[in-house]
Design a protein around this ligand. Sequence first.
Ligand code: KIV
Ligand code: ZN
Length: 545
Amino acid sequence: MSSDVSGVAGGFRSAGAKGSIRIFDTTLRDGEQAPGASLTIAEKLEVARQLVRLDVDVIEAGFPAASPGDWEAVHRIAQETRGVAVAGLARCKDGDPQRAVEALRVAERPHLHVFISTSEIHLQHQIRMSREEALAEAVKWVRYGRQELGRDAELEFSAMDATRSDPDYLMQVVEAVVEAGATTVNLPDTVGYAMPTEFGPLIRRAVDLVGRDAVISVHCHDDLGFAVANTITAIQNGARQVEVTINGIGERAGNASLEEVVMALATRSAAIGGHTTGVVTEQIVPTSRLVSYLTGFTVQPNKAIVGRNAFAHESGIHQDGVLKNPLNFEIMTPQSVGLNSNRLTIGKLSGRRGLQDKLKSMGFDIQGEALDVVYRAAIALADQKKEVTDADLEAIVGQQASGNVSLPDAPVALEGWSVTSSHGGSSQGNVALRLAGEALTAEGTGNGPVDALYGAVDAAVEPTLGWHPQLVDYEIRAVSGGEDAQGQVTVRARRSSDDGASESVTGHGLSTNIIEASLEAYVHALEKLLADESVTAATPASATP
Ligand code: KIV
Ligand code: ZN
């Protein structure tokens, strides 16, 4: 049996962890399972690169057996990512672990993650197995993984719905999988049901049972708002891996948020057994903004650590106190999480190098062609706007990361539009666009200018494609303050021919003209729908953990 743990003050250090607690990021797997959060392969790669900058210990890249798109994403991330372990999830069911192993083999540090339910309710009503059968499957697939990936690979087993399982049976499973070669045993609070006072003792029991031979991990959902509290309690009771997501996104109410757990450890380490993580905390805000931008999931303003108001002091008493000494009202500095309030002065004569340095200070390491794209957009914006702020730059970087930049060989190019709209009447719009080289024009009417233009795009592409984008969601926000602020539009759309059966894609638009931003976002979504191979294929409901 592998003894992949080493002694540190207050417990065991997890293998491959940069601090005493191993940070297992599951934004690209559980986070992406949140309804409407689906990402393209290119977007997943962009998030994975940012997670490397953040210096997490493990990136759970997806669920390879769920769809060819998921397999490809895990495989590409395993191939291209270095300095971090890459995990793939698999049910303990013939076919799943084999697909995961195939996708992960190329990783520098493969981390196979297999799971099966252990609660009575799931055994009877979901997987329809007896306790003995589930235990046998768990052992079988842990053994398989160990045999396929060799002695040194990380092999994790999760007992799904652990917190609603009979604890005696759960401990039997935990012992058996460690005996079979699991190096990490994860006890998820799958439905966010546990109270910290119950979860702590459960984790302590598992640590006492197998903690010398395996890392005990936790994975907490937030249905009752206890995900972070349960995660911290678990660390205090001997867990050495925590499974978390950026901005807390995930199934239903989401998962424990990485930024909250990491900053709790950074700020209150002494109260949490002296534990540490290797996360580069200054990368937290850039990572949060990137994930929010690409998934289209806005972060609530009062969200701990990464919300726009998390460091804003409104009342006179607080402002006065912070000016006298920030420690009066701040328990951590905005800089420590990468929040940079400097204004950038950029004009037509600003240099590429100066912009690159500025982006670096904001946590974005951008080079080569990507830097050219951001530079051109920033200079163009400087022509239209009095002041280009950090928020503007962040939005431009997000635009570049999502692939929404005008390239000469793009499959769809917006060439012109006009719209008329008046109080009490309908709106008329027309668009001119190029679809795979063919020039198309059409008109549309609607109850507002955006509706009219979207109708015009639909009318232009329908005869060629046999479908048009169907809007699922539309959101607009001002990137920064002021009359000349840029409008950032995020839309979600799917093919009109899909009858709502497939995943939607996210499109982005950014402009000082909100009609232009709206149209750009719609055309971007159209482009993604056209690029079939890059759209994450729908995950069969039965395969979703
Ligand atoms: O919530 C859960 O139980 C999971 C497991 C697959 C780890 O996501
Ligand atoms: Zn989960």
